[in-house]
Design a binder for this molecule. Structure first.
Ligand code: AMP
Length: 114
């Protein structure tokens, strides 16, 4: 896949407010937050969209979600709750083609989303 701004963040070529990291996952604050807490969890090994993920990515996708949950627990967000979102392609609202999980917290979320 072609490189994205998130690849540059993984390689520390551009700055980001990194809040969580493990061997496979990096997490940083969204530049344009949609909630009091808005953190993006990305795999260090890029996958463009959820459509591009295959069976060999199953463990990595699981690690992304587990990292988001671990961060929420660590930050005391878990009990009140939060939302995790993966946008895919145009109708999903995806703008950066390096798969990522949005973690939104710190306020009540609305359903259905707009
Ligand atoms: P999506 O629309 O699901 O692809 O989400 C992309 C998100 O990345 C948006 O919420 C943007 O605000 C955010 N974003 C774009 N560039 C950066 C950046 N350099 N650092 C942090 N967040 C970014």
């Amino acid at each position: 896949m072609s490189d994205t701004i998130f690849g540059k963040i993984v390689r520390r070529e551009i700055p980001a407010d990194i809040v969580y990291e493990n061997d496979d996952v990096l997490a940083f604050r969204d530049l344009n937050p949609q909630a009091p807490v808005h953190v993006l969890f990305i795999p260090k090994r890029a996958i463009a969209t959820l459509n591009d993920a295959g069976a060999s990515d199953a463990e990595l996708l699981g690690k992304l979600l587990l990292a988001a949950a671990a961060y929420a627990k660590q930050e005391g967000l878990a009990e009140q709750g939060y939302r995790t979102v993966i946008n895919c392609n145009e109708h999903g609202g995806q703008t950066v083609f390096h798969l990522h999980v949005h973690l939104l917290a710190g306020r009540r979320m609305h359903w259905p989303p707009g």
